[in-house]
Design a protein around this ligand. Structure first.
Ligand code: S3P
Length: 166
């Protein structure tokens, strides 16, 4: 058995859905952002501050490769994990990939009060999310086995749909 890997933008619900899905499948849930933080002994804003986005992406790459080599995980990935070609290859080799496709509107609602996402600590998060989506949506789609529309749909329903389609 390989892993079930959730990809998608910030605020797509990857962690919430991943946790529920892991419970249903009796598998272990892992979150690549949490692994990065644990290994660094620091939170993501600190890593961005001190090492820059490039430093964070190196850490993200190492963690993704390590997690994708395991088996039987439900893995929630950071929104930027699809940016690197070598990450996309590792994810594809790692298991079934589910893209949680979410509108910018919904992402904004879910991330509005969040201080833990450095890329959104700017004057115009709507523009940031829109620009990121333009670049990343084709990348998510290029590796996804299953695309799930998440807008206006409760996590439990999404989990049922994913289970049906896995
Ligand atoms: C990022 C998304 C974040 C986190 C980091 C960068 C991105 O994860 O990895 O802040 O580039 O979209 P979530 O998608 O879990 O918020």
């Amino acid at each position: 058995m390989r892993n079930t890997i959730l990809v998608g933008p910030m605020g797509a619900g990857k962690s919430t859905i991943g946790r529920l899905l892991a419970k249903e499948l009796h598998l272990t849930f892992r979150d690549s952002d949490k692994e990065i933080e644990a290994k660094a002994g620091a939170n993501i804003p600190w890593i961005f501050d001190v090492e820059g986005e490039a430093g964070f992406r190196e850490r993200e790459h190492a963690v993704l490769v390590e997690l994708c080599q395991q088996d039987g995980l439900v893995l929630a990935t950071g929104g930027g994990s699809v940016l690197r070609e070598d990450n996309r290859q590792a994810l594809q080799a790692g298991g079934r990939i589910v893209y949680l496709c979410t509108s910018v509107e919904q992402q904004l609602e879910r991330t509005a009060r969040d201080r833990n996402r450095p890329l959104l600590q700017q004057a115009n998060p709507r523009k940031v999310l829109t620009d990121l989506m333009r670049i990343r949506d084709p990348l998510y789609r290029s590796i996804a086995h299953i695309v799930i529309e998440t807008d206006e749909r409760p996590p439990r329903l999404l989990v049922t749909e994913i289970l049906d389609r896995l």
